[in-house]
Design a protein around this ligand. Structure first.
Ligand code: G6P
Ligand code: MG
Length: 220
């Protein structure tokens, strides 16, 4: 039995990828860079700054650091104008029930996300009070696959890493969990997340006893 659950935000609790895509598309358009929905897949779980570098690479362009920071700030303004309009309807199916189930079973709950907008998003979705700790892009120095965000999450919950389960939709996040000594439940398709200890299509209908049982089986 584990005692804590660590959740990634984008793609696990809420589908913000579409807003990141909209915001990056505007920047790409302004700079005349090619950028498709398929390219957007490469930005999932990747920091804002690294995302912009990838965007520039796609168009074979280079830019000095000061200017890059200006574009990243502008992208965030576009992104913020989308997420300020978000409502609870955008919480992914099954998330609220799953978080309630975890609370009833006395699991401690933390967020472990690269996004510096995490708190605002959880506030908009009225999910903030379900979390015992928030560790986000404002608190960490090294991005996933570095385990820092999850190690800090476990620490904030007062638990050892091995007492926590990570829920992640990005391969880099699964790697981060494992690097920190935590099992990882992949949210998505097993073929996209081959390293995950087990995969679920989403949190809808997910059952913590069943997850614990499957993780225990895997350990044996
Ligand atoms: C998550 C998303 C990425 C995003 C990153 C930083 O990992 O999957 O697409 O770039 O957070 O988000 P931020 O809101 O700080 O720009
Ligand atoms: Mg994610």
């Amino acid at each position: 039995m584990h005692r804590g659950l660590l959740f990634d935000l984008d793609g696990v609790l809420v589908d913000t990828a579409k807003y990141h895509y909209l915001a990056w598309s505007k920047i790409a358009q302004e700079l005349g860079l090619p950028f498709t929905l398929q390219d957007n897949e490469r930005l999932k779980g990747v920091s804002r700054e690294r995302s912009f570098e990838i965007l520039l690479e796609l168009g074979g362009r280079k830019m000095e650091a000061g200017k890059r920071a200006e574009y990243c700030a502008r992208k965030n303004e576009y992104y913020l104008s989308c997420i300020r309009q978000m409502t609870r309807r955008e919480i992914l199916p099954g998330v609220c029930d799953f978080l309630q189930q975890a609370r009833k079973k006395d699991y401690r709950i933390a967020l472990g996300s690269a996004s510096r907008n995490s708190r605002l998003i959880l506030e908009r979705l009225e999910l903030l009070e379900l979390f015992d700790a928030i560790v986000d892009g404002t608190a960490v120095h090294s991005a996933k696959p570095d385990p820092e965000v999850f190690l800090q999450g476990a620490k904030a919950l007062g638990l050892a890493p091995g007492e926590c389960i990570v829920f992640e939709d990005a391969r880099a996040g699964i790697e981060a969990a494992h690097a920190g000594g935590m099992p990882a439940v992949g949210i998505g398709d097993k073929k996209d997340l081959p390293e995950a200890d087990l995969c679920l299509p989403g949190l809808q209908g997910a059952d913590l006893s069943e997850i614990e049982r499957r993780l225990a089986e895997k350990r044996e």
